[in-house]
Design a protein around this ligand. Structure first.
Ligand SMILES: C[S@@+](CC[C@H](N)C(=O)[O-])C[C@H]1O[C@@H](n2cnc3c(N)ncnc32)[C@H](O)[C@@H]1O
Length: 271
């Protein structure tokens, strides 16, 4: 199974899970990662979301005055949920690969991607396509997973889960390109497409709560658990809840937000 086949199947089977998890785990100040990300994106008039899923981010951007909204995703089931949002009634939502965008040159002021660019294969091709559809001076903004913070809950989960993952018959394909996780790596990917060096900022989501909450909103949507069957998953859940005990457990996740401006004399040549 290729990474894209895996992602499409996962999201077709679990539409809306990503946004439910993101909305249930805001920052300590109670702001969702969509709101924090939208603050950095500003108020572009025409915006395209790469890997838009059920449209949670596009809805926030619509609320901030974006007039032309578009999104692509691999999963038709996610897009079907996005189409049900009244705020997105006029949005152009298409099942398409970010590597082959079905939009004309220079048609957006901003291209955004929340927790999706880091999963994409051939990110240079995605960067070249983003550069092609952006107007000169337009901006590409990316929210990228930055790893666990206060990692005890994650370590406990992984310690318990590792034997299950190793014994599982199915294997996870490797998703995305590690270079997207660092500032230098992103510049290496984006600069050949004509982008200036990224600006870089980060937020921390508070994923803590009862063991049940942490399981439901974090580990149940961890892509890797799909290699487990229902019995294995139920056993792992029981082991985690027993080991974590009663009371609140700390768990946090960093999200890095990178923005790069398209230089005026943009080139879309991939080297
Ligand atoms: C972790 S989810 C994030 C969804 C959404 N941006 C959010 O944060 O709510 C990643 C999404 O990217 C989509 N995706 C992954 N690779 C893609 C590609 N090459 N082209 C378009 N969509 C892609 C998946 O189908 C999935 O919906």
């Amino acid at each position: 199974m290729t990474p894209e086949e895996f992602l499409k199947a996962f999201h077709d089977n679990n539409p809306g899970q990503q946004s439910a998890g993101a909305e249930a785990n805001p920052t300590a100040e109670g702001r969702t990662s969509y709101e924090e990300f939208a603050d950095r994106v500003g108020t572009p008039e025409r915006v395209l979301d790469l890997g838009c899923a059920d449209g949670a981010l596009l809805e926030v951007l619509a609320g901030r005055g974006a007039k032309t909204l578009a999104g692509v995703d691999l999963s038709e089931a996610e897009l079907a949920l996005a189409r049900r949002r009244p705020a997105l009634a006029k949005a152009d939502l298409r099942q398409a690969r970010a590597q082959e965008l079905p939009f004309p040159d220079a048609s957006f002021d901003a291209v955004v991607s929340h927790m999706a660019f880091m999963l994409m294969t051939d990110p240079e091709r995605v960067a070249a396509e983003a550069a092609r559809v952006l107007v000169p001076g337009g901006a590409l903004s990316l929210a990228i997973g930055g790893g666990a913070v206060a990692a005890e809950a994650m370590e406990l989960f992984l310690d318990l889960a590792r034997p299950y993952f190793e014994a599982a018959e199915r294997r996870m394909p490797r998703l995305g390109d590690r270079r997207t996780r660092t500032r230098d790596g992103l510049d290496e990917i984006l600069s050949p497409a004509g982008f200036a060096p990224v600006t870089w900022d980060s937020i921390v989501l508070d994923l803590g709560g009862t063991a049940e909450h942490v399981w439901e909103t974090n580990f149940s949507i961890f892509y890797d658990v799909v290699v487990l069957d229902e019995d294995q998953l139920a056993k792992l859940r029981r082991e985690f809840l027993d080991a974590a005990g009663d009371g609140r457990i700390a768990c946090g996740m960093r999200i890095n937000i990178a923005t790069a401006q398209l230089r005026d004399a943009a080139t879309t040549t991939v080297v």
